[in-house]
Design a protein around this ligand. Structure first.
Ligand code: FES
Length: 147
């Protein structure tokens, strides 16, 4: 058995290990919050518990057994919040944050952090929901689609 690694293979293994640890830019692991209770209106969650939402363009993935796909909660540069579905409008894969974009790993559609399509094949924006601060809680209204 040959124990020597080629330079290419060594780099591939090293980058894979770093990506797994979330240390490669653009491949960071998205923090996840599991919602225990979702009403017909939406859900609320404590805001202060999430370092991911402390900075501009911070993103938290919110999951629930009642959601078809996760909801991406995004803190925008003006300090307001927005919620988007993570389900790509092309064929339903889950989009991933990459720098200040959301990129679909299946066919490469790219969205801005408002859900607008920047690059196809997707043609329809990601559905958006309002997310407002109520004292130290953030309230996401799932019944209300934003245009
Ligand atoms: S499913 Fe997202 S680009 Fe095709």
């Amino acid at each position: 058995m040959d124990l020597c690694l080629s330079r290419r293979r060594f780099l591939r293994y090293s980058l894979g290990a770093l990506a797994g640890l979330g240390l490669v830019p653009g491949c960071a692991t998205l923090p996840v919050y599991r919602i225990a209770e979702v009403t017909t209106e939406g859900f609320t969650m404590p805001l202060d518990d999430f370092d991911a939402l402390a900075g501009d363009n911070g993103i938290l993935s919110v999951v629930s057994p009642e959601f078809e796909s996760s909801i991406l909660l995004i803190r925008r540069e003006d300090g307001t919040f927005l919620a988007l579905t993570s389900r790509c409008t092309h064929q339903g894969c889950t989009v991933k944050p990459s720098r200040s974009f959301l990129v679909c790993p299946c066919h490469g559609s790219t969205f801005d952090l408002n859900g607008k399509v920047l690059r196809g094949p997707a043609r329809t924006p990601l559905p958006r929901f309002s997310a407002t601060i109520q004292s130290d809680l953030i309230e996401v209204r799932l019944t209300e689609f934003l245009k």
